[in-house]
Design a protein. Structure first.
Length: 396
């Protein structure tokens, strides 16, 4: 559908620009989240008592000392200039959404939809994705309005991740399901900045400009939402890079793998937040590592997954023909598959020798994880994967 709207070459450039901007902005935003939450946890009693100052931190960096003070509410006079931290969040979300549009929505039949999962129209898949982004924020925000216990909010977020991971896995391709969950969490984070954190800052400023005492309630809620964002950072970063690791999202229970890794990421963030507050709990880090090992062992493919256990004779010509029919539309010097003007990752599989040269990659992507073809756009069957796997095993 959408690939006809733009030349494939320029679409690649749009994807590069959006991805580059997204990564850079994300680094800056997550960096500020890590820094300010750590700074709050480092605050101690000021060495020189000042009535309006609630905490102080001394730091050393870049060849000098820094004395950083945090006011209980606001200083007597507004400083000039006053530095804000908001465009990092907005740029990260906007560039991420642009990437979602350029790659997943414009190429929905290849990246967003896997017909073996759900054979639905492209418009329906895109609509479900958009509704999911909005619904995640609405549910979370309403919960924060009516529930003041952060422990309960944490449990709600876990339930949301479980439900969205499972639901997305029933609608989208494996890699798109992971990205959808990450985009939903990222939307919550950006919306927290737009609708809560920045308005709370404006309340402080307008109160001082009007000569009235600022209402501390919005500031406390902004701090709360900021901490929520902090715990979501590592889970979102994992979903951002997950498309490189098909063994996770193409697992039979890929949605459960996603839930486990999201929880591990948040648990690791908890370790560092406690550590910055002077309460190191090594048991948290140890259990996080052990949990990751358990996941790795649990999803490890069977050694015989390539199909080499079969006693039937291997039909080389048939295996090569499968690759040429199912893989070569993308992996050729001149791809015929819409949306590609060059072979992905420079991998060409037009001849037997080229297939043999990439045998391990082909087996991993097409047989073990079933990550390729993308969205199974060329319709490779399980029987074909078994035949291909048996031939690749015979080459070892």
């Amino acid at each position: 559908m959408a690939v006809a709207l733009i030349d494939a070459y320029w679409q690649d450039w749009l994807e590069l620009a959006a991805r580059w901007l997204h990564v850079v902005a994300g680094i800056v935003w997550i960096g500020t989240s890590f820094y300010f939450v750590a700074l709050d946890n480092h605050l101690g009693r000021p060495r020189v008592e000042e009535e309006e100052v609630g905490g102080e931190s001394w730091e050393i960096h870049g060849g000098g000392f820094y004395r950083i003070s945090k006011y209980r509410v606001a200083p007597a006079e507004l400083p000039e200039p006053l530095h804000w931290f908001k465009w990092e969040a907005y740029t990260t979300w906007l560039s991420g959404f642009a990437l979602l549009v350029v790659l997943y929505y414009w190429n929905a039949d290849t990246y967003l939809i896997d017909k073996s999962v759900a054979d639905i129209p492209e418009a329906a898949a895109i609509g479900i994705s958009l509704v999911g982004l909005a619904a995640a924020w609405v549910v979370y925000d309403l919960a924060c309005v009516f529930v003041k216990s952060d422990a309960v909010i944490g449990l709600l977020l876990v339930a949301m991740v479980v439900a969205s991971a499972y639901g997305a896995s029933q609608v989208f391709s494996g890699r798109a399901a992971y990205l959808q969950v990450g985009a939903m969490l990222g939307t919550i984070m950006a919306a927290n900045v737009l609708f809560n954190i920045i308005p709370a800052h404006w309340e402080l400023i307008r109160a001082k400009e009007a000569g009235r005492e600022p209402d501390p309630v919005p500031g406390r809620e902004a701090k709360r939402r900021s901490v929520h964002n902090n715990y979501l950072t590592l889970p979102v970063v994992f979903t951002m890079i997950s498309n490189h690791f098909a063994f996770t999202y193409e697992h039979d229970h890929g949605w459960l793998v996603l839930v486990a890794l999201v929880l591990i990421g948040a648990w690791i963030r908890h370790f560092f937040n406690l550590r910055h507050a002077g309460r190191t709990r090594w048991s948290i880090l140890v259990t996080a590592v052990l949990a990751a090992v358990v996941v790795a062992v649990a999803i490890r493919p069977d050694e015989g997954g390539g199909g080499g256990g079969s006693s039937a004779p291997v039909d080389e010509a048939k295996a090569v023909a499968i690759v040429q029919e199912r893989c070569v539309p993308c992996h050729s010097r001149n791809p015929t598959q819409e949306g590609f003007d060059a072979p992905p990752a420079g991998v060409v599989l037009e001849t037997r020798d080229e297939i043999v040269e990439r045998a391990d990659q082909v087996e991993e992507q097409a047989v073990r994880t079933k990550a390729m073809p993308l969205g199974n756009v060329t319709g490779m069957t399980d029987e074909e994967r078994e035949t291909l796997g048996a031939w690749l095993d015979s080459l070892k």
